[in-house]
Design a protein around this ligand. Structure first.
Ligand SMILES: CC(=O)N[C@H]1[C@@H](OP(=O)(O)OP(=O)(O)OC[C@H]2O[C@@H](n3ccc(=O)[nH]c3=O)[C@H](O)[C@@H]2O)O[C@H](CO)[C@@H](O)[C@@H]1O[C@H](C)C(=O)N[C@@H](C)C(=O)N[C@H](CCC(=O)O)C(=O)O
Ligand SMILES: Nc1ncnc2c1ncn2[C@@H]1O[C@H](COP(=O)(O)OP(=O)(O)OP(=O)(O)O)[C@@H](O)[C@H]1O
Ligand SMILES: N[C@H](CCC[C@H](N)C(=O)O)C(=O)O
Ligand SMILES: [Mg+2]
Length: 508
């Protein structure tokens, strides 16, 4: 199949098409003009990838794609069967049938867009991906390199752009990578979500290093069980990271050892991080109101770094980022020198406002039971007084995590407000009730239900005495509250400032 556009720069070593169980028919020399995964995006001459989905099989839309002028179709055997009649009317259209159409699409997109920043790394894990990717980019920038990170918070660094997904689907991903390369970006750190890995979205990316942060409950609405979820994440090491790549693994996590085995089996250079017996070991942390001092050991030597970051877990993220940068060939000592300059990741234990009595308000993206517990436990040593927390769970997401989030809040805070966080298509009262049910399991604390998030923030800020702190969980960097199919403007940091100003009498 020829192509009329696209810049064939260096791309990952392509897997032979025979590995995809290839069958083909039609005009093999057809010139394609673009690649689409949604029939509604097909233009004349496009290759349309008709993928099996959760709601539908893309092959159901082949007829529409053909009418829009698709010149080639990529699908799986089931898709070929679904569309057999439609395809028979277009004998000249090239049809490629493979067992793994999502992986084939990833490689096709890499070839079509044909370029990526020379040095790329990825982070996976239930929590910490955005943080590790952001710190990695900050370290590269401190070293004077043209760098970005991209994922949940969009593209950040030398280039800024919004993104709809944590790990974009292959066409969007490789269009972005080629653009970054064209703009002179040499270094990029990306997030590998479990959806992205399960759907082979980043199989066409050439990675020099990859990190595993931790593993706990999330997305059980999509993955059928914990093993399925873990196996999706393991795909970063057993499939995507190049053989000669460096795997940075947090072996404090109970599943870290499993991930380490997988990486060792692949022949990766493995760099373990954590508190236990590992290559880059946290020896001590001392906390204060604005951050922490970190002592860690690497290759037999102790290193001290001041981190202007709230939360003990940030040290793990920092070491994961440090490991990734070392994995890209930079001298460890150079990397360590940058650590005191790293700054808070947007919406992750971010200081949003401070009351006149000195009590701080932090905004954090904890939206899983484990993250809520971790964030609260991590805040404790920075706080002398009470911890007030605001928690809520999202609609149209894993329902089983709701009571667990309520429970985590009540077990680890002194005052708890349960509120709304993107109810989406669901009745917010039903979601809050599920969170409250988890709160009720904890003795000695009574959570207060306040549906309206702005009012809940105001109540939380009002509860702060000297020495106390408020943690607003769930939305982090988000700028909207999704209610039904509407996105109402809402920013936790902004609301925290408004609440403080209102209570200090600075708002008229
Ligand atoms: C659950 C999930 O991940 N779904 C992804 C999946 O869609 P799907 O397979 O379910 O799609 P479907 O609706 O069944 O349709 C099947 C196929 O028909 C195509 N189609 C559909 C309709 C039409 O008119 N024409 C057409 O061609 C679709 O493009 C699709 O390829 O494949 C699509 C194409 O690659 C993705 O766009 C879509 O992401 C959706 C939009 C999504 O919201 N995903 C979220 C859950 C996600 O990926 N989140 C993670 C982060 C999670 C986290 O860590 O918090 C992320 O990386 O962002
Ligand atoms: N290393 C860590 N261990 C435990 N919890 C963490 C860690 N890093 C971050 N967190 C918590 O998880 C929240 C989300 O962090 P971050 O955005 O970095 O994770 P993520 O993996 O990118 O999440 P997402 O799946 O939504 O993309 C933070 O707000 C913080 O509460
Ligand atoms: N990437 C996560 C973000 C959740 C953030 C939280 N505010 C919510 O809406 O549940 C998801 O889409 O499940
Ligand atoms: Mg993220």
């Amino acid at each position: 199949m020829g192509q009329t556009s696209g810049n064939l720069g260096p791309v990952p070593a392509p897997r032979p098409l025979s590995e995809f169980g290839l069958h083909a028919r039609g005009d093999w020399d057809v010139q394609i003009t673009g690649v689409s995964v949604d029939s509604r995006d097909v233009k004349t001459g496009h290759l349309f990838a008709a993928l099996p989905g959760v709601k539908a099989h893309g092959a159901e839309f082949i007829q529409y794609a053909l009418r829009m002028g698709a010149a080639a179709i990529l699908t799986d055997p089931q898709g070929a069967e679904i569309a057999a009649k439609d395809l028979a009317s277009y004998p000249e259209v090239a049809v490629v049938v493979v067992e793994e159409p999502r992986a084939a699409l990833a490689y096709t997109s890499a070839l079509w867009f044909g370029g990526q920043p020379e040095i790329m790394v990825a982070a996976t894990g239930t929590n910490g991906k955005t943080s590790v990717a952001t710190f990695t980019r900050q370290i590269w920038e401190e070293l004077g390199l043209a760098a970005v990170n991209f994922g949940t918070t969009g593209v950040e660094g030398a280039v800024s752009a919004p993104l709809n997904h944590t790990t974009p689907e292959p066409i969007t991903l490789h269009r972005l990578l080629a653009k970054l390369k064209a703009e002179g970006i040499t270094h990029a750190a990306m997030e590998a979500s479990s959806h992205g890995l399960a759907q082979n979205r980043l199989d066409g990316v050439r990675l020099m290093a990859a990190a595993f942060t931790n593993f706990s409950q999330d997305h059980l609405d999509y993955h059928k069980d914990f093993d399925d979820y873990f196996n999706a994440k393991a795909g970063l090491f057993n499939r995507v990271l190049a053989d000669e790549g460096t795997a940075v693994i947090n072996t404090d996590d109970p599943r870290g050892k499993d991930m380490q085995e997988i990486a060792l089996d692949r022949g990766h250079r493995v760099l373990t991080i954590g508190h236990g017996d590992c290559d880059m070991r946290i020896m001590g942390q001392r906390y204060d109101a604005t951050g922490q001092d970190l002592l860690f050991e690497f290759m037999g030597e102790n290193h001290h770094a001041r981190l202007n970051l709230i939360g003990g877990f940030q040290a793990e993220n920092i070491l994961a980022a440090t490991g990734l940068v070392i994995g890209t060939g930079i001298e460890p000592q150079e990397v360590f020198q940058t650590l005191p300059h790293l700054t808070t990741v947007r919406g992750r234990m971010q200081l949003a406002a401070t009351r006149a009595n000195g009590a701080p308000v932090f905004v954090d993206y904890s939206h899983t039971p484990e993250a809520v517990a971790t964030a609260l436990k991590a805040l404790r040593p920075h706080v002398m007084g009470k911890i007030v927390v605001l928690v809520g769970a999202g609609g149209d997401r894993d329902t089983s995590k709701r009571p667990l989030m309520g429970r985590a809040a009540c077990e680890n805070a002194d005052v708890v407000f349960v509120t709304d966080d993107n109810p989406r298509s669901e009745d917010p009262a039903v979601i809050r009730a599920a969170v409250m049910a988890g709160c009720a399991e904890v003795e000695g604390i009574t959570a207060v239900e306040v549906g309206d998030r702005a009012e809940a923030i105001l109540r939380g800020v009002d509860a702060l005495g000297p020495g106390d702190a408020l943690l607003i969980c769930g939305k982090g960097h988000e700028t909207g509250q999704v209610v039904g199919d509407q996105v109402l403007p809402f920013d936790d940091c902004e609301q925290a400032s408004v609440a403080v100003a209102a209570l200090e009498g600075r708002l008229t």
